[in-house]
Design a protein around this ligand. Structure first.
Ligand SMILES: [Zn+2]
Length: 61
């Protein structure tokens, strides 16, 4: 797999994880209003997508 494809794949996986985090929170009974992101790994809520992606990069790298 070329590095370009690998980068694209990683970004797709990250988008998938973001969507699943919201579904996961809903499945566990958390209310996740639009604009709030719940981390799928530690269930920490984030008010902005930017802080959530930063959290993923730093705490779950
Ligand atoms: Zn987390």
């Amino acid at each position: 797999m070329s590095s370009a494809i690998r980068r694209t794949w990683r970004s797709l996986v990250q988008i998938y994880n973001l969507l699943c985090a919201r579904d996961d929170a809903a499945a566990r009974g958390f209310t996740v209003p639009s604009g709030v992101w719940a981390c799928e790994r530690c269930h920490e809520p984030h008010l902005e997508l930017a802080t959530y992606t930063y959290h993923l990069r730093t705490d779950h790298a």
